[in-house]
Each structure stands twice: as structure tokens, then as C-alpha cells.
Write a new protein. Sequence first.
Length: 518
Amino acid sequence: MVRADNAAEVFNLGQAEAVSRAFFVPTCRLWVFVVLLCIVALPRIGFLGNPDYHVDEEFYGLVADRMWKGDLPYVDIWDRKPVGLFLIYAGLHPFNGGGLVGVQLAGILSSALTAFVIWNIVRRYADTFAAFAIALLYPCWTMVFGGANGQSPVFYNLLIVSAVLLVLRSIDEPETIKHRGLLAMLLGGMAIQVKYTAIFEVALLGLGLAAIAWRTMAARQATAWITLWATLALLPTLSAWLTYEALGHGPEFVQANFTSIFLRARLQDAFQARLIRFIIVVGMPMFGMALIGGLRLARASDIPREDRLLLLGWTGAALVGFSCIGNFYDHYTLPLIAPMVILSLPLFFNRTVGLPVLGAALIWIGVFLPYDAIKANRRSRATLAGMASDVKQFLGHGSLFIWDGPSALYVASQAAPPSRFAYPDHLDNIVEAGALGVDSGREMRRILAARPAVIVTSDRRLVPLYNPTTRTLIAKALSMNYVEYSKRMEGWGTRSYIINVRRDLCRCSDRPASQLVP
């Protein structure tokens, strides 16, 4: 096992002139990034422009669209994600075109940069093959766990791995810890404002910095710097909170960001069990490689002890963040991928072992890749365009209400949601019934009392169990006052979206409204 700091040694330049070696390092790194960018981008091309790739991402796109129209997150449109995520989406909104192209391109760049930082971390301990193999595995694993586009970890993983690299370099050069610590904790604080579960990883990195500070500084100086680093880690969240307090909406911020997550119910056991089985089966090679590699890494005496503790602790912190929410969706696995692929590095020290391991992992990943992405993309765009055309002709007579369907339709039809709970999951999912800060039944009665012109439903529910109160209310409204106008297949082919139009607005009054699935 070789700790590689000399680029000339690593790339076998031998007796090349010093000036050549000086230019080789940045050139090599540039080519590594370019190759990684191509590897990340090519399999994701099929997703570009898909407006209905994932229910979460299209909703974040809706929030961004409403922010550009003057709405304030948590007040005018509700969710529990940190405002930092919405600011990313809002900043990219002008580049989205007819879908989420700007977000998707940013996701590709962020994934490539994350892989490149992982390459830099692994190069501290291993040769180019090992570093590249591990950097390659990161974007490949993210593809099968819902990270092909713009899920929040696609963006905050870059911030976390960059902070990890800064802390590792502070271990090498303790005299640089002050400023590297400042940058690492600021990056960590920004990551927390993309998803709150990042706080466990940031806390671990803070402990690593504190350990170095106590070892290399006087007690008073170390205390001062640790306090400053902790403050920087909390600063983005405190700034967001204080901004909402200044606007007179502090309670709404607290309820959405902090209170609601503890009031959310657990997913139904059978549904949760299926998700957990999927995560275990798909991620089995990654988990196994991380376990074997982690056990070897823990005993690797030629890697500094502080480095080993940091890498092992980082994985533990990511696991705590993964498990603390209670519910498990496939994309919740995304924060685990970077630390776990890095832990597997001892498997790649020997190419005789590393090449078969890499090949087997890539074949396993390939089995679970969505090969119909281009077809699904084409159908998603056609479906959403058709639905928007159907809806627009009735919007002069009332609102659009999406009970169970693509929230991207609000953007495509330029219709304002009739409720600040515009994400269908919030009103139709029993898991969210007690977490909204309002009575979901009362909110549904208010929406239906305004007599929406169009209600969108689906012939197959996405959530494990509908909220029985809101389902009863909307089923009654549909049967009494609405008729089915059109039905279009969702891009991935798993269900159909149904446009239900108010009976007095539609000549097809002999057709009943769609029946809600149980």
C-alpha cells in the first residue's frame, strides 16, 4: 500500500525534467475530471428534459417556479426540505426549458465533481487505478438509487466530500487547519441547508477538526477556533431562520423545517419492507465491499490512524443520517455511496483482485439501470404537453387541483396551485396527515368548496395508503360534480393520469368521473 504524494512517481515519469512534472499534475487532473464527466453524462443523456422523472424533483421545480412568481416557501407553498435546496432549484429555473434541463445538467456536473473529489481522496492512499475505479463506482451507484438527476444528495454530497478532503489535508498540515476548517464547516453548513440529515456527517467532521485543534493548539486558542467552526456550520440554517423571523414567518419556518418531521407517520410495514428489500438487494455488493474494505482499512497501519478514524466515522455518521428518519426510500441511500465506495479502497490495491471486483460491481449495477429512459422521456413530455393542453381550456372557469398526478403540470399549464400543499403526497398520503400543521380534511374541504375546474387523479396510487378522510371527500366531489375528460399514460408506463373536468364545463356529461383506487 503506497501513500502517493509525488505525481511523477505515481505516473512512472522516471527521470523526466522537473518542469515537465510541474505541468503534468494539473494536466492529469484535468483529464481525470474530463473522463469522469463523460462517464457521468453519457448514461444520463436519456433523462435530460424529462419533466416527470421523479415526483420529488418535479415538485422542487414547482417550488422554484412559484418562487419566481413571488411565493415564499413554507408560507405560500409548503414542504419540509431546507430552503437551500429550493434556492438551488430557483437559481437553475431559468435554464430548465420545458422540463428540468438546467437542474439535470447541474446534477451531472455535481456528480462528476463529486467523483473527482473522491478520486483526490483515494489518491492519498492508492494508485491511479484504485482511485479511478472508486471514483467511477460513485456515479454508477447513484444511477440505480434515484440519483440520475437532481435529488438533494446529488448536490450536497459534493459539499460533504469536499469538506472531508479539507479535513484530511488539515491532518497532513496542521498549520493550515484554521482556514481549511473554516471552509470545511462552511461547506458542511451549506450541505445541511440542502438536507438536514447531513448534520451528522458535518458533526463528525467537526469532531475531527476539534481533535486536531486540541492536539496542535493551546487550549484557549483551540476552544476559540472550535466555537468559530461550529458557528459557521450552523450559520446557513440560522440565517434562513432569522430571515423568516424578520419577515414575520418564523413559526411557519420552524413548523415545516423542524416540527413536521417528528409528526410524520411511518410507512406501512409491507410497503416499507419492499423498499428495504430493494435497497438491500441492489446495494448488496456496495455494502459488502464497504464492510470488507472497512475491516481491512481499520487494520491498515500504513494509513495514518487519524485518516482511518475519519473515513470510518464518516461512514457511521452517514448511516445514522440514513436511519434516523425511520422511513426508507431508495434515494435515501445516496448519502451512503461516497463514504462506502471510499471504504472499499483496500480491495483495489491489488489489480488482480480489483479488476474482477470492479467488473462484477459494474455488471450488477447494469442489471438495475433503467434502459427505457429515452422512451420514458419521450412519453413523459408528450403526456405532460397533452395534459397541459387539456387543462388550459378550462382554467378560465376555475383552478387546477392535482390530487394524485404530476405536480409539474402546474408549471406546464401555468396554473397556480389552489393550496400551499401543492405536492400531492401531502394531502393524499396517510403518512402526512398529522404533519402538515393544519387539519388535512379541513384543507381539502376548502379546496373543493372553491369548485376547481379540473381535478387530476390516477388509476394507480403512488403512495402506500391514501389519507381516508381526504380520499372520501374527493371521491364524493368527483362522483357528484366531475366527468372524466382524458386519460394519458405516465412516462414510465406504470400508471395513467386522468383529467376530470367539472360537469358544467364539459359536454361529455354522460361520462362519469374516474373512480379512485382503494
